[in-house]
Design a protein around this ligand. Structure first.
Ligand SMILES: Cc1cc2nc3c(=O)[nH]c(=O)nc-3n(C[C@H](O)[C@H](O)[C@H](O)COP(=O)(O)OP(=O)(O)OC[C@H]3O[C@@H](n4cnc5c(N)ncnc54)[C@H](O)[C@@H]3O)c2cc1C
Length: 435
């Protein structure tokens, strides 16, 4: 048990289930490193891991604590996909690009697995239990079944299987779906144990230096490199990596990331431990599950509880109405859960981009970054953190459509919240009428 996060009061299920708590110092005075990394989520820590492997000394700072951002709060669904479907990528950019993007997606999950093995992260509970995408209409089922067939034929992806409505009902315990596509290679993990385990592995096995409660307030360049200014000291380095993603609004230092992302609140609820009979009937293979709706809801079973996520409240704060809406959606799919109590409610921000893809690369000759996972970043940030480190040391890996120059600033940034509400409302309408 580790209780709520300091600063937020958020008491997620993951906090209550956490194996360890970290107690890392804050930076007092000046420091030096080869590469300084701003942000201690998956992106920042996997960048640090890559650098340590290469014998380059990383120093990581976080304004709050390790995993305080999305990395410690997410649903723990480990997927190998982008928000943009592979057939659409092939249509817009050709088969070669689609194949490279598919390899990057597969590699992202392999990267999680290899880090879990290297650091012995048993508490991360990583398992390739598979993901079942459940169609909410006949039309949606036709679309995902066709997509799966295309993936098998064109990309040789033999991890995808089409399931009928009755097979999905048997597996999920819900009769709300018209069919589904099972993806076998992907899985789930315990997000907070994973991020804390990465930090422990880095400090204990690689001797990396990590500081918590150390907000970066400015970034300056001089002839020798880069100077990262914090409240109580300055860090001199040759290179810096910005790994602040959807939390880039904490200080103005990360405004170049902030101006390129639209933050969107994603919320999660967890039920009490279900009675044994219900546990046996619902989500029998304990995979992760997602819907085909544009405003997608996802769910999984964790230690006999149902964990259910989807869109959160608009604006700066959580709202009871948004959590209630999630609970109604859950009961709509699983009427058996009508009398079951919800014990945990929490939320966090995901970073959406204009082209629905994450990006990695250099802002300039001193500053690299990876960001914009569009709500599917557990595996992808694990890979892109590594690639951001490669960019920082002067390499230029082939990242296809994820390259930095494609990450565009959000036009009319001050109006982004209004735009988010309009788009979400329109998507909900299309979902409701089955389009
Ligand atoms: C509720 C929720 C559910 C999700 N579910 C899933 C899921 O099931 N599967 C999936 O694949 N993805 C999911 N995601 C997305 C995924 O969690 C993220 O894409 C991923 O964690 C991003 O990691 P990151 O390291 O880039 O950013 P973060 O983990 O957000 O880390 C950014 C860090 O930067 C720090 N920071 C910011 N500014 C400064 C500063 N000035 N100085 C120092 N530090 C600073 C912050 O304190 C923070 O710790 C979910 C996200 C949320 C919010």
């Amino acid at each position: 048990m580790s209780g709520p996060w300091p600063d937020t009061g958020i008491a997620s299920l993951w906090c209550d289930m956490a194996d360890t708590e970290l107690d890392l110092p804050c930076l007092r005075g000046d420091a030096q490193a080869d590469v300084v990394i701003i942000g201690a989520g998956y992106t920042g820590l996997t960048a640090a891991h890559r650098l340590a492997q290469l014998g380059v000394a990383p120093l990581v700072v976080d304004a709050k604590s390790v995993g305080w951002g999305a990395s410690g709060r997410n649903g723990g669904v480990v997927s190998a996909k982008f928000r943009l479907a592979f057939p659409a990528i092939a249509q817009g950019h050709g088969m070669e690009v689609a194949r490279r993007m598919h390899r990057l997606a597969q590699q992202s999950v392999n990267e999680v697995e290899s880090l879990v093995e290297e650091y012995g992260l048993v508490g991360a509970r990583f398992t390739r239990c598979g993901n079942l995408r459940c169609a909410h209409t006949e039309r949606a089922f036709g679309y995902i079944a066709e997509e799966a067939e295309w993936m098998r034929r064109e990309l040789g992806d033999d991890s995808l299987f089409t399931l009928s409505a009755s097979e999905v009902a048997e597996e999920t315990g819900s009769s709300a779906f018209t069919g589904g596509v099972l993806s076998r290679g992907v899985g789930t993990l315990h997000p907070l144990n994973y991020v804390r385990g990465l930090a422990e592995g880095l400090t204990q096995r690689h001797g990396a230096i990590l500081f918590e409660r150390t907000p970066v307030t400015g970034i300056r360049r001089d002839a020798n490199g880069i100077r990262v200014v914090t409240e109580q000291g300055e860090i001199r380095a040759r290179q810096a990596i910005m790994a602040t993603n959807a939390y880039s609004d904490l200080t103005p230092a990360s405004s170049m990331v902030k101006s390129r992302l639209v933050p969107f609140r994603s919320s999660i609820i967890a039920t009490e431990v279900l009675p044994a009979a219900l546990q046996q009937r619902l989500l029998v293979h304990a995979r992760s599950y997602g819907e085909t709706r544009r405003m997608m809801r996802w769910f999984r079973k964790v230690d006999g509880r149902i964990v259910f996520g989807g869109r959160g409240a608009f604006g700066k704060r959580d709202s009871k109405a948004a959590f209630d809406a999630l609970q109604w959606a859950m009961v709509g799919l699983f009427p058996d859960l009508a009398e079951v109590s919800v014990t945990h409610r929490w939320s966090g921000h995901v970073g959406m981009t204009m082209d629905a893809l994450p990006h990695v690369g250099r802002f300039d000759d001193r500053l690299s970054y990876a960001a914009g996972y569009n709500g599917a970043g557990v595996a992808m940030s694990t890979l892109l953190g590594r690639l951001a480190a490669d960019f920082a040391i002067g390499e230029s890996p082939n990242v296809a459509l994820l390259e930095a120059s494609r990450l565009k600033a959000v036009p009319l940034y001050p109006l982004r919240e209004v735009a988010v509400r309009l788009v979400a409302g329109w998507y909900q309408f299309l979902d409701a009428i089955g389009r």
